[in-house]
Design a protein. Sequence first.
Lengths: 720, 154
Amino acid sequence: MNDAHVADVSRRHFMQGTGLIIGLTILPKTAAASVTQGNPQGVEGVSQSMNAFVRVAPDNQVTVLSKHLEMGQGPYTGLTQLVAEELDADWEKMHVEASPVDDEVYKNFALGMQLTGGSTSIANSYEQFRKAGATAKAMLVMAAAARWGVPQNTLTVSKGVISHKASGKSANFGELAEDAAAFSPPQNVSLKSRDQFTIIGTHKQRLDTPAKTNGSAVFTMDVIADEMLYAVVAHPPKFGASVDSVVDKDALKVAGVTMVKAIPQGVAVYATSTYAALKGRDKLSVTWSESKAETRSSKQIENDFRQAMSSGGFEASATGDVEAALAKQNVTVVEQEYVFPFLAHAPMEPLDAVLLKNKEGGIECYAGAQFPGSDADAIAKVCGVNREQVTVHVQLAGGSFGRRAQFGSPYMTEAAEVFKASGMDRPVKHIMTREDDIKGGFYRPLTIHKLKAALDSEGNIVAWDQHVACQSLMGKQDELDETSVEGAREVPYQFKHHRCMSYNTSSKVPVLWWRSVGHTHTGYTVETFIDELLEKGGKDPIEGRLALMQPDSRDAGVLRTVAKMADEAGPVASNAARGVAVHKSFSTYVAQIAEVTRNQNGEPKVTRVWVAVDCGVAVNPNHIKAQMEGGVGFGVGAILYDEVVLSEGGTVEQSNFHDYRSLRMSEMPHVEVTVIQSDASPTGVGEPGVPPIGPAVANAWRRLTGESTYRLPMVKAAQA
Amino acid sequence: MLSFTLNGEKTTFDGDPDTPLLWVIRDANHLTGTKYGCGIAQCGACTVHVNGMSKRACVTPISTCEGSQITTIESVDGREAKAVQAAWKSLDVPQCGYCQSGQIMSAVALLKQKPSPSDEDIDNAMDGNICRCATYQRIRKAIHDAAKEMEASA
């Protein structure tokens, strides 16, 4: 077979419309099979590297290399703003692309490897990317000073031009780039103070917007290589089942199907088009071995999890003596259990990857990777090549919500197995269908909370006891997994007696963080339970919360702001009610008030939402607002409609968007956002908009109807 | 052999006539702005215009497209398209962007039918287009802005 399937590259398709020009002319076409459309990384072309993050081209275009995946949350633009600010660049000349993969050079300082997640992209890069810009500027200034024989401190830099006032000389970055790259980067550069910012803190249009409005943005799904095969995998119907036998006769008869191969994850069908691969997969007859499969239903799993809470558990936090306080005679004890379903992430672009062998025998992978180093490890291991021979080209991702972030890279392991089983002679694009995605596990775990509180005779909350049973996302058995109880172990309220207990449960259903992780359930329980307790105690939901908070805390700040926003919006609509929630996640504080009414089916309809967010320095306020709007919409959809249910025997009931509902246009509330002015270091916004919306909606619904929601989703609960 | 016009160019397809238009556009013609999202006409990511009407390419067999004029995001044009794309950019509508080709194609089709749509018209026309990033509020505003721009320049 022809083994010269070279990953030679063309950038003509990358970010069309954004004016990206660097590297247009590089790498001659040398082999039959090549990537003809994709976003290759590491192609320097004619531009000069100032450092690992900044390149300047002779035509004065500046490119920032983003160590973080762009999956909609905006780091491409935010990180570029950080660089441009300190570089004193002309914003119109700024571009961005994915950095190469290197777990050291492009490490996420919050998480120790190259990784996008945990709402950390701006937070961990804030100093690093500003320094990268400042360092590059210093080198350009050195080059200008040397060229003109003038002291550096007589030069000024503005909008990408360096000037020497006395002589009238000036040059743009592009003209100085080659000279500048020859200088050693200075070790110490000073950064601007906040009052000197002209780019940070302003609304700059997303650099990826033009390409995302004309069809030219290239996602992994859109990568094309010559002679590429399309592959889909038939997965077992139950978690933990494996292939016993395959009859592939009919599948191989489908025109375009070239191969069928059993792999550890299922049965792969390869074809010359996606449709042929799908049709071939439909014609497979597979017998599955279910001896190691999860055969419990969601209901049975829930009962087992409840049972697990009867003993043991890890004390995640404790203040005072909760048990004694609850046992007192003169208190009213309130108890409640909450049940949360498995949830799928359902990013618009299902998981996918393109793998091919290059002429050196190495493997190139195109994927929207949140853990690209880990994915490269998985490819090397499966395909039997050295890690250094694997190159991952990080593509734009069509959403993720946590789905593309997997320790041990189980998805990439599957894609690599598919590629390996193909013989690796031709490039292979592996895609998951929506059904693979919804049925494929890696869900937000099914979780049970039990809460108990004591109210004194004046309605004050004197004790709060919270127990959480959750499958550990970190795979922990015998130790506390903090992600199970984040948002419940530490609450903004000062309770004299407070305890949070965590119980690790287990099932064969693979679980994964889902946009805001543990906060998806802890935010809901804490904020609905306290709302009910305040109501029972005769207290106002806002004033009652504030009375339990440190008055000058940032939690109190966002709560006061959101209350003011809702007040100023006027009275509550007739046949509607408002509910509030406040929750800190990923070091960002968010308070929300939701106005909820009934739709014609008697179900909750969220009409308006007010949001106050404190995320420290707001690098791009408009994008922060967008993340809050999106977080609200994502959360409303999940809280109203979504659950993945394992039926009797352990098969997943849902399969696609008709039975795993997503919020739609007519169901989207109108969202107003206030971004709090702050000098604190910036924190993330991708996830923190999600946790408060569920409880805000449920609290409004309870105030409207008298019905509490202890089992999600709400619409099913409302009908029950 | 099936013949149709794709973005103004005479195009033929001689594969399985059951092949959905989506895969003919993407795999056979390498136009990748039109996206796969569900395969069952539930998400609208594959929305294209067939003879000027909005269609879900993922459930439209190519056999039904003989002689049709098919327009994808790559070549959608005209005053509605220009106004919609400009409004999308001005409001920074997209987040991940994967669904936006379909959203724009649906919005353009709506404005062709109703140059000044109400919120209810927008709900009806756009409810078939899922955005998991939930950019709906900006999509709604962008459609209204595009309508205003069209009126102002009429």
